[in-house]
Design a binder for this molecule. Structure first.
Ligand SMILES: Nc1ncnc2c1ncn2[C@@H]1O[C@H](COP(=O)(O)OP(=O)(O)OP(=O)(O)O)[C@@H](O)[C@H]1O
Length: 251
């Protein structure tokens, strides 16, 4: 189903972690974010700034302390656990920071991709061809029949991206997707994400410390101490890319 409106909308999004002693850490503080369909957003900022927290909240893996999150027309905060699972399967692709968490260890690379594919209107042969193409595009065609647990960290990271894209998500969330890759392989990963955006209008939200990655995307937001910095859109505006919605952009 195609839904009007942005791919992501966060309003006054706040998240506070509390440890066993009751000490509070405000990881996100009234974040306002709007990501258009097909927009490629980089989230940058120092360690501990709140980037991964924002991704996990967008994915509905953690419920926020306060605020609103809408992903592809679905109000993530108010969904039941069951509806959240469905939403994730239908609309989200995720590449988490720890490669092993993204894949089924005992399934082969090919099976991992096949499990994530949507049945949709494709025939079995078409699905097989699409899976092979995805594996080739992340350089894993020669490892297609190896169990994921036997792949290296960087290979698992690439497999995670193939799996994430296999579901044709409206939104791809990626946490440091190139952190274990050399420049050439990292470039291939960036190209693949941008191709999904071009071909299917997938919106991308990518946490990265890699300037090479953020430079390739449309828009950059900086997070410091849980606050999304206004003004970080200037770079994209000056390049003629989309201007993100910190300031009431409603297109
Ligand atoms: N499960 C948790 N319990 C308590 N505090 C947490 C938890 N997860 C994160 N934090 C704290 O929340 C803040 C934001 O952490 P987060 O992991 O979102 O930062 P980050 O920008 O992704 O950092 P990095 O670049 O190092 O991955 C940090 O102060 C961190 O210590």
């Amino acid at each position: 189903m195609t839904v009007d409106g942005p791919a992501v909308l966060c309003e006054r999004l706040t998240h506070i972690y509390r440890d066993d002693e009751g000490t509070e850490v405000t990881a996100l503080d009234e974040v306002e974010l709007r990501v258009r369909r097909g927009e490629a957003v980089a989230l940058v900022g120092p360690s501990g700034a709140g980037k991964s927290t924002l991704l996990t909240l967008l994915a509905g893996l953690v419920r926020p302390t306060a605020g609103r999150i809408v992903v592809d027309g679905e109000d993530v905060v108010s969904l039941s656990e069951r509806a959240l699972l469905r939403m994730r399967a239908r609309k989200l692709g995720m590449v988490l920071q720890t490669p092993g968490r993204n894949v089924l260890p005992y399934a082969t690379a090919r099976q991992n991709v096949a499990f994530a594919q949507r049945s949709g209107t494709l025939t079995r042969a078409e699905r097989r061809a699409e899976a092979a193409e995805l594996l080739e595009s992340v350089g894993l065609d020669e490892h297609a029949d190896r169990p994921a647990r036997l792949l290296s960290g960087g290979q698992q990271q690439r497999l995670a991206l193939a799996v994430a894209l296999a579901g044709r998500p409206a939104l791809l969330l990626a946490d440091e997707p190139t952190s274990q890759l050399d420049r050439r392989t990292g470039d291939a990963v960036i190209s693949l994400m941008l191709a999904a955006r071009e071909q299917r209008g997938t919106a991308l939200v990518v946490v990265t410390h890699d300037r090479h990655v953020s430079d390739a995307l449309d828009t950059e937001y900086a997070i410091h101490d849980g606050r999304l910095e206004a003004g970080s859109w200037l770079r994209s505006a000056s390049l003629g890319h989309h201007r993100p919605g910190l300031e009431g952009d409603r297109s």
